[in-house]
Design a protein around this ligand. Sequence first.
Ligand code: SF4
Length: 395
Amino acid sequence: MKPIVLDRPATVRLTVLPPLALYVHIPWCVRKCPYCDFNSHERKGPLPEEAYVERLLTDLEALLPSIWGRRVVSVFIGGGTPSLFAPSSIERLLSGVRARVPLDPGAEVTLEANPGTVERARFAGFRDAGINRISVGVQSFDDGMLQALGRIHSAGDAQRAIEAALEALGNVNVDIMYGLPGQSLVQARRDIEAALATGAPHLSAYQLTIEPNTVFWSRPPALPVDDAVADMQRTVEDLLAGAGFEHYETSAFARPGHRCRHNLNYWEFGDYLGIGAGAHGKVSFPDRVTRHERIRQPAEYLQKDTLAAEKVVPARELPFEFMLNALRLVEGFPLALFQERTGLPFSVVQREIDRAEADGLVERDLQRIRPSERGRLFLNDLLGRFIGAERKDPR
Ligand code: SF4
C-alpha cells in the first residue's frame, strides 16, 4: 500500500478553530479489571479528592493561555471510576472549571459511573453538582460474564444503578461488551435485550479485545472465534436498529437526539483540553495543531508540574489523525470538514479517497464521504491508507 505523500512545504492554515471540549481523568478504581489498559489504578485507602481537584484546576489554569476567548462546549469526567468521588468534590471541580473557562450554557457534562460505587442519593448529588449525563459501565447483565471480566458488580447492581441514573438525570449511556470469554450468541443477544429494557437512550457496544499490559494479555481467556464475534456484532446492530436506535459511530448507538456530543467532537476532529493523570488533549491554532499529555502516575501527578509532553502534530500526520476519527462515523464527514479541521487542502487525500472508493471502502456524494459497509468491516485497512510518508516530508 502506497502511503500519502505531502508536497513540501505542507502548510497548515486553519481559518476557523474547532469546537473545544474538556476531558477530566480520575484514575482510581476499586479494583483493576483484567482486560483494562486504561490509566486506572486500584484504590488503596481514602482518595485524595481535595488535593486532586486542586491539581486538576491548576492544570486547567496552565492551559488557559492556549485557549483565550474560546468557550467549552462539553465536559467529560472519565476514568478510572469518577463516581468514587463524592458529589461535593465534583461540585468543587465544576465550579472551578466554570470560574476559569466560559462553559456553554447548554454544555453536555458527562460523568462515568460504575455500578457498585453509586446509590440513588449519589446520582442526585452529581446532578445538583452540574452533571447532566451519566455513562454507566455495565459490560454485561450476566453474573457469570461479570465474574469472568473481574467486575465488582452484579447484574442486579447494574439494573439498580441504571434505574437510579435514569431517575436522577434521564440522559444515560450504558456500556456493554460482547465477544466475552465463553460467550454464546444467545448470551450476547440477551445482554443487548437487557440493556434495551432499561430504557437508557444511549448504548455503547464494544467488542472485548485483549490489550498488552493487561492480565488477559499474559493469561488469555478462551474467546469466541472471529466468525462468532462477527455474528454477535451483526446481532447487536440489528437489535438496536430494530429498537429505533441510530448507529452513528462504530460502537455508539443512540435514540434520536441523544448522540454523545462530547465524543462526536473527538470524531469530528474537534479540540479538547485533557486534565488529570495521563489525560491527553488537542488544541488547534491558526497555523498548527498541538497535542498535550499529562503525567500518568497519580502519586507523581499530585506532586509536580503535570505536563508530560506537548508537541505540534506534524502536517504529514494530520490526514491519518483526521481519518482515524472521522471514518468511525457511520455517516462520515462533510468534505469541507477535512480542510477546516486539519488546515490542509483536500487534495492531499484526494488520491487515496479515489482509490478507497474504487476498492469499495468509502462512498461519497457531492457533500459527504462515508465508510461503506465493507469499509467499516475493514476499517484498519482503510485507515492505513492515510498514514503519512515520513521520508518525503521530514518535519
Ligand atoms: S472499572 Fe473501568 S477503568 Fe476501572 S479497571 Fe475496570 S475497566 Fe478499567
